[in-house]
Write a protein that binds this ligand. Sequence first.
Ligand SMILES: Cc1cc2nc3c(=O)[nH]c(=O)nc-3n(C[C@H](O)[C@H](O)[C@H](O)COP(=O)(O)OP(=O)(O)OC[C@H]3O[C@@H](n4cnc5c(N)ncnc54)[C@H](O)[C@@H]3O)c2cc1C
Length: 401
Amino acid sequence: MIVGGGAAGAACAEALHEGGFGGDVLLVGREPDPPYERPPASKKYLAGAQDRDACLFHDAAWYARRSIELASRTSVMRLDTTARTATLSTKEVVQYGVALIATGANVRRLRVDGAQLEGIHYLRTLGTADAIRADAEAAERVVLVGGSYIACEVAATLTSLGKRCTMVMLEDAPLATHFGPTAGGFFGALLRERGVELVCGDGLERLEGNARVERVVTASGRELAADMVVMGTGAMPDVMLARAAKLELGETGGVACSADLATSAPGVWAAGDVCEYDSVLHDGRVRIEHHEVARAQGRAAAAAMLGTRKPYAEVPYFWTDLADWTTAEWVGITEAPEREIVRGSVADGAFSVFHLARGRVVAALSVGRGEDLAHAQRLIAARTDVGGREAALAEGDLDSL
Ligand SMILES: Cc1cc2nc3c(=O)[nH]c(=O)nc-3n(C[C@H](O)[C@H](O)[C@H](O)COP(=O)(O)OP(=O)(O)OC[C@H]3O[C@@H](n4cnc5c(N)ncnc54)[C@H](O)[C@@H]3O)c2cc1C
């Protein structure tokens, strides 16, 4: 039984089928659509340049042909990990042999004055992207709250549709929290150049309006006119079901898992945004909210269910697109780097930034230099000590490291 029809759940179902799983697979998902990719929801789908079907991993018939029972618009309400049963929102109680918790994450809602006004949006699903696009048709001025990739991507997409966008963020620069100050400087300059107004180092105080939002007031007292607001204020792992089932939770709020993604309950695995696991790569517990990681963990959980248990050790990969302006790719894990080393030219928009900690490369960001990422991935996976050889990262032969 797979709980959650997102990237991780779908990947697990696919891998079980490909791995020759002989039993029945039930994929239970709360949303109306078959499992789909979320990334287009802030990019081409939001822009109206990609249709809904093109976001699906597969259509419903694909699952049916493989004897994967797809229960959309259905929630798992209760999990009894001793009896190995699940109670569905249809009231049906199903028996399972092994289960995957792939319940993903929910948006983090800010409780500020005016939060109930019309015209305030959060983005997580295709449905919420539809609502933003529909509202944006009549809007001229859009305020985005947050400095992370959702706010940046939506600002870029809506600016490309001719909207006047202003971003309000606590950070000194957009994307700086995850990608570091060099990348923050680059993305800040790019967004400004394309017409996005940035209000940095300032928070959301309240939202004002008469039934519908009209103004965003920041902590410093600045008033920004707004026809609509998009909140890019992060996501929280959805552990409602796991908590009720008494699965152990971890310090980042996810479902605590061993290195091979097993939860504290026998026969229950976790994958994707909800999965907090012991990373052999990062010397500690991590929880990662990236599309490719969710897919890879779904496949790893399927392999474990089929009998191949091994520590999950893939280097995390993430990408972000700001309209058709730029694409950035990232490998590794976000931590405050002790040092950043730039290769290439930030001014020319073709550069990589290697993040160093404890004498090793722990992450790297690349814009227009994808070839550097394979090296970064290798150095991260091998935990190569690059101490004293940093010059090679900046301009030498990466093969020599
Ligand atoms: C707008 C947007 C853009 C993104 N862009 C990028 C990007 O460019 N690059 C990137 O790497 N990552 C991106 N991400 C992140 C990426 O989409 C997520 O990391 C990924 O979707 C996580 O997959 P998941 O399967 O763990 O969870 P989800 O995709 O959240 O799926 C979980 C599903 O489980 C369902 N569910 C929860 N509880 C239950 C229950 N009890 N019963 C049944 N169903 C349940 C939920 O409704 C949901 O449908 C983006 C995310 C968003 C929202």
